[in-house]
Design a binder for this molecule. Structure first.
Ligand SMILES: *Cc1c(COP(=O)(O)O)cnc(C)c1O
Length: 400
């Protein structure tokens, strides 16, 4: 197994192709899939030394695996993190990061605009184990500050949020967390590691659903947790060994291949998103367009400060509520209806009746999700085909 020479001065796109590669004695070009549960030791002494941690090497694929290791190393390089653990899904990553940061009697402050399952962990699961919570409007730093209690140990947010692409000032929240002696976990799925670097902004832990842009081709689930080595060794390592949320080596390989093309895909999807957002903003029948790359985004200044580029998603509201939104969706020909995102295929969803249907009307209104709200994740199709598709669907919706 040979590891590459010094890569520290390489730019992200280069590291996404090469970083972390472990090449076997056969010198394979493409990373190998080590589809193995265990590892054979040459001598009893070697097994003893590996278990003691005196000799490097793999022991069991619930703990670590060469293909998964390559994926984790490449993610570390991209994120600028000391260490990482890959998980079987994004939710396994979020659950591990949150559960390993608190114990009974602690208190969590979280932004209320969270991915549905993340909100369930904070609102339903954690209280079962004696962890209290406060939900705040993530955009308002005063609310974060006011929610702090003597036992606050954890802050949790995502930015941009799903589906309305609101932003949270990550550096501002990190400063409040640091003063309170709490850790900040950022779910960075919507921004991707290329457009936002939470660790540089002061966050302590970053989590991803690799299911989204990192795979980016709709194939497998995966997740990853990135942080400093000390936190991972002390707080996460044993949880991982003993509860087994590990990523399968096959899926790790799929995600490694996804990373090779991540920068190209995100660049193209962001360009399409910007063009479709600008196009829709000028159309009659569209009540509003929310896109972090546009000057009329309510937090355009913050977007410039903490994000590189707009987003690969846009959120917009058609006039005429649910009826018009459904007519628009049903008329689309290129863009497909699905609740996934970050895919090579452009995907649209109606949050009020799908991803956010379990929220009360009041909670949905608080998040700005109405009957006419649609979330569009841009894929890799020719942008002109996407523009023609939304134009004809809008026409159909207005006639219907
Ligand atoms: C999809 C998603 C998750 C969950 O990831 P899975 O891989 O589906 O488990 C968590 N947070 C955000 C923001 C997501 O978009």
């Amino acid at each position: 197994m040979a590891i590459l020479a010094d890569t520290t001065n390489w730019r992200p796109a280069t590291r996404l192709v090469h970083e972390g590669t472990l090449r076997s004695e056969f010198g394979e070009t493409s990373e190998a899939i080590f589809l193995t549960q265990g590892y054979v030791y040459q001598t009893a002494e070697e097994a003893e030394a590996r278990f003691k941690g005196e000799l490097p090497g793999f022991i069991y694929s619930r703990y670590s695996n060469p293909t998964t290791d390559m994926f984790e190393k490449r993610m570390c390089a991209l994120e600028g993190a000391e260490d990482a653990r890959a998980t079987a899904s994004g939710m396994a990553a979020v659950a591990a990061a949150l559960l390993c940061s608190v114990k009974a009697g602690d208190h969590v402050v979280a932004a209320r605009a969270l991915f549905g399952s993340c909100r369930w962990i904070v609102e339903t699961l954690m209280p079962q184990y004696g962890v209290a919570f406060t939900l705040v409007d993530g955009r308002d730093l005063n609310q974060w500050q006011d929610a702090v209690k003597p036992n606050t140990k954890l802050f949790f947010l995502e930015s941009p949020t799903n589906p309305t692409l609101e932003l949270v000032d990550i550096a501002g929240v990190a400063a409040i967390a640091n003063k309170a002696g709490a850790r900040l976990v950022v779910d960075n799925v919507f921004a991707t590691p290329l457009q936002q670097k939470p660790l540089e902004l002061g966050a302590h832990i970053v989590v991803y659903s690799a299911t989204k842009h990192i795979d980016g081709q709709g194939r497998c689930l995966g997740g990853v947790i990135l942080s400093d080595k000390e936190w991972i060794d002390k707080n996460l390592h044993d949880y991982f060994r003993h509860t087994g949320p590990s990523l399968s080596p096959f899926n790790a390989w799929t995600l490694l291949k996804g990373l090779e093309t991540l920068s190209l895909r995100v660049r193209q999807q962001t360009e399409s998103a910007g063009r479709v957002a600008d196009f829709l903003a000028e159309r009659p029948g569209i009540a509003r367009v929310i896109y972090p790359g546009r000057a009329d985004h309510p937090q355009a200044e913050l977007a410039k400060r903490q994000m590189k580029g707009g987003s690969t998603l846009i959120c917009f509201e058609v006039e005429g509520g649910k009826k018009a939104a459904f007519a628009f969706e049903n008329a689309l020909k290129v863009i497909r209806m699905s609740n996934n995102l970050g895919d090579a295929k452009s995907l649209i969803t109606h949050p009020a009746t799908t991803t956010h249907k379990n929220l009360s009307d009041e909670a949905r209104a608080e998040l700005g999700i109405g009957g006419g709200t649609l979330r569009l994740s841009l894929g890799l199709e020719d942008t002109d085909d996407l523009l023609e598709d939304v134009a004809q669907a809008l026409k159909a919706a207005r006639q219907g």
